[in-house]
Design a protein around this ligand. Structure first.
Ligand SMILES: C[S@@+](CC[C@H](N)C(=O)[O-])C[C@H]1O[C@@H](n2cnc3c(N)ncnc32)[C@H](O)[C@@H]1O
Ligand code: SF4
Length: 416
């Protein structure tokens, strides 16, 4: 499996050098000159844990949450206070876990962030369907939240049961969303669950937009090796057919594709991942800067331990070669289904064509992209293959890294 990602990496980085993550870190992070900085905050607590979910989380305990939030605020000040003045940040996204469990102290976390960053494009929070209630939504809105992402997974009881979750109360959800409106309401759906048909998925897509959503993410179900879902993944052929059909359905309905996995009914977009640079705070949070990627420990206790001693909770750091950084940049730019040659040149100081002229030519010849005005736009065919490739990437990179980080608080290192 990883042979595909290994070969692609070698080809595109023009080197056999793997991505090497070391057990080391910079206490002062070089983000002062990073443009378009995104911010991410991780809250690793949930009421109950879902077997299929690969994210860093543990069962909610109010006291552990409180102590975690104290450490989180310490990390924000430690990193944010490294440079004088307020640094401009595009967006802020709270993910988890279940960030709503911290709603009572969200304002405190936001105050800490606002001391160091001027956030220009809104604040997003990930929600469990059970959190879509008027009191929680009002608390979030009063704290300044503008975007929601609700982990519906499916509106159908049979799939909720398969995923080990309770059915979603659509009426209660749409009433709460109507009463406390937000600029963006995104619904997460999972597709390629066993037995799932096009009709099932169409019904879910329709329900997402009829229940108060104006944006939606359809994630392919991924059977991570370290989770305990017991859900058999769908066969390749059936998955491809389903993906093609549901993509066409969304486009026919007039929804705009805002990234490989997301569609919007208007001009809204929602993504925590497609930033050129981001700072991550909290357990398991990743940070991506001009020449480095770093990831915090997945252990809540060790996270607090480091911060109690005034040190950053970084577990692993990857220092990119220039070509590696370019590949990383292009991978995530392609996720938004377009690559802007001018933005690439502004970021790296070299023309995209000079670095990847042959690959772009080939991608055009194969019908994967079209080009207009310096913007390479992915075709439906290109998006399918990217989707497919992304699956290999997730299993070879994310699965291995998160699996290791879940087992060891501070691993010696790893090569991908
Ligand atoms: C951090 S999770 C969940 C957010 C929220 N706590 C909830 O449970 O609704 C973000 C999203 O990742 C997606 N996801 C989680 N596990 C997945 C898996 N094994 N395969 C595909 N998507 C997954 C789900 O759609 C989920 O809503
Ligand atoms: S899917 Fe959501 S509620 Fe379930 S374990 Fe993952 S983060 Fe927690």
């Amino acid at each position: 499996m990883s042979i595909i990602t290994d070969l692609t990496r070698m080809w595109l980085t023009r080197s056999i050098k793997p991505f090497t993550f070391r057990n080391e870190y910079d206490q002062v992070l070089p983000f002062e000159d990073c443009p378009d900085l995104g911010l991410y905050v991780h809250i690793p607590f949930c009421r109950t844990l879902c077997g299929f979910c690969p994210y860093c989380k543990e069962v909610y305990d109010p006291e552990r949450m409180d102590r975690y939030l104290d450490a989180l605020i310490r990390e924000i000040h430690l990193v944010g206070g490294q440079y004088p003045g307020k640094k401009r940040a595009t967006s802020l996204y709270f993910g988890g876990g279940t960030p709503a469990l911290a709603a009572g102290r969200l304002k405190e976390v936001l105050d800490a962030l606002n001391q160091h960053f001027a956030i220009t494009q809104g604040i997003g929070v990930e929600l469990h369907p059970d959190d879509v209630t008027v009191p929680i939504l009002s608390t979030l809105r009063d704290a300044g939240v503008t975007k929601l992402s609700i982990g519906v997974q499916s509106f159908q009881e049979k799939y909720q049961r398969l995923l080990g979750r309770a059915p979603v109360d659509r009426r209660a959800m749409s009433q709460a969303l109507a009463q406390v409106p937000f600029e963006t309401v995104s619904m997460d759906l999972i597709f390629a669950l066993p037995g799932q048909t096009l009709e099932d998925l169409r019904a879910d897509v329709d329900a997402a937009f009829q229940t108060g959503g104006n944006h939606m993410a359809i994630y392919p179900f991924i059977d991570f090796t370290f989770t305990s879902s017991g859900i058999p993944p769908m066969g390749k052929g059936a998955k491809r057919a389903l993906l093609d059909q549901i993509t066409r359905y969304c486009l026919e309905k007039g929804y705009v594709r805002t990234s490989i996995w997301t569609f919007s009914s208007g001009n809204t977009s929602y993504s925590s991942m497609t930033r050129d640079n981001f700072l991550g705070f909290g357990c398991s949070a990743a940070t991506l800067l001009a020449r480095q990627f770093k990831i915090n420990t997945f252990s809540v206790d060790q996270y607090r331990g480091r911060l109690d001693g005034g040190a950053l909770p970084t577990a692993l750091t990857l220092r990119f070669t220039l070509r590696q950084r370019m590949v990383y940049y292009l991978f995530w730019a392609a996720y938004s289904t377009r690559v802007n040659a001018r933005a690439f040149e502004a970021f790296f100081g070299v023309p995209l064509k000079k670095m990847y002229g042959f690959e772009l030519w080939l991608a055009k010849r194969l019908g994967f992209v079209t080009q207009r005005d310096g913007v390479y736009e992915m075709t439906l065919k290109g998006a399918f293959y990217y989707h497919y490739y992304e699956n290999f990437y997730t299993l070879s990179y994310i699965d291995r890294m998160w699996g290791l980080m879940g087992r060891q608080a501070f691993p010696d290192g790893m090569e991908l």
